[in-house]
Design a protein around this ligand. Structure first.
Ligand code: CP
Length: 306
């Protein structure tokens, strides 16, 4: 059974096809409005979410299907000690496809190994968030026309930011990219990502704590929230949470073609004054997230028939 647990589960060609399908859905929504009639999506969210859960639900509804699920662990039998494996086997009796978010890294993989229907990882701990990456890729494709030869700056919490890890993995398969990693010392990109992805593939990257000094070279600036829920102590979070606040004056030396991205939710790291800048793309990412999830649901349900 085909699932999506890690962005690398899909080939570059498959990602291109998904992006093409999402673009066709954007152009011709009526063509797809009954494609999932009679199908059910279960959203199993053991952690809070606004965008991911509701965009999955909106995606299935716009495909003519139905949705069921829960939005917190306490309202499921996980609160009584039920395992992820048993939950997956149970939901396989009720639905056709699962989207799961879980605080434990690897939980959606365990679900996929036990379910008889496709499972989509909607975020597992500080590990991966492949459907946010799909939304990011669709946004980059629509904004930049492609993925090659871009200089991409990632700024903020690169240690716990699962969207950063997934997007670096995805972009590492294209040509001529350079990454600029901007973070406080304590929140640097994990060494396993640097070693297994950047160094292994000889991808040029630089690390810095200073956002403004690297701003002029960036084609994309991917801002991230400091992930309070992953910190072991509140004191460290409070000290680091406002390390970077993007304000209009800090964009003075940025390229006119810069794309400012953020997976959202934001806290303080992008001032609302930046929202009116034509280079701000983060609410486009939100909308693109719904369309690419429609494409993903269609792909996985189609493959489940085989
Ligand atoms: N980007 C994202 O995952 O947002 P939510 O936590 O609101 O789903």
């Amino acid at each position: 059974m085909r699932s999506l647990i890690d962005i690398l589960d899909f080939t570059v060609e498959e990602l291109d096809e998904l992006i093409d399908l999402a673009n066709d859905i954007i152009e011709n929504p009526e063509k797809y409005s009954e494609k999932c009639k009679g199908k059910k999506l279960a959203t199993l969210f053991f952690e809070p979410s606004t965008r991911t859960r509701l965009s999955f639900e909106a995606a299935m509804l716009e495909l003519g299907g139905s949705v069921l699920g829960f939005s917190e662990a306490n309202s499921s039998s996980a609160a009584k000690g039920e395992s992820v494996a048993d939950t997956a086997k149970t939901i396989s009796c009720y639905a056709d496809i699962i989207a799961m978010r879980h605080p434990k890294e690897g939980a959606p993989l365990v679900a996929a190994q036990n379910a008889t229907i496709p499972v989509i990882n909607a975020g597992d701990g500080g590990h991966n968030h492949p459907t946010q990456t799909l939304a990011d890729l669709l946004t980059i494709k629509r904004e930049k026309g492609g993925f090659d030869n871009l200089t991409v700056g990632f700024c903020g919490d690169l240690k716990f930011g699962r969207t950063v890890h997934s997007l670096i993995n995805a972009l590492s398969r294209y040509n001529g990219l350079k990454f600029v990693l901007i973070s406080p010392e304590e929140l640097k990109l994990p060494s396993y990502v640097k070693k297994d992805v950047l160094q292994q593939k000889n991808i040029p990257y630089e690390q810095t704590t200073d956002l403004e000094s690297v701003m002029p070279q960036l084609d994309i600036l991917y801002m991230t929230r400091v992930q309070r829920e992953r910190f072991f102590n509140e004191e460290d979070y409070l000290r680091l949470k406002d390390s970077y606040i993007l304000e209009p004056r800090k964009l003075r030396d940025a390229k006119p073609t810069l794309s400012i991205m953020h997976p959202l939710p934001r806290v303080n790291e992008i001032s609302v004054a930046v929202d009116d800048d034509p280079r701000a793309c983060y609410f486009k990412q939100v909308l693109n997230g719904k369309f690419i999830r429609m494409a993903l649901i269609l792909k996985l349900l189609e493959e489940a028939k085989k």
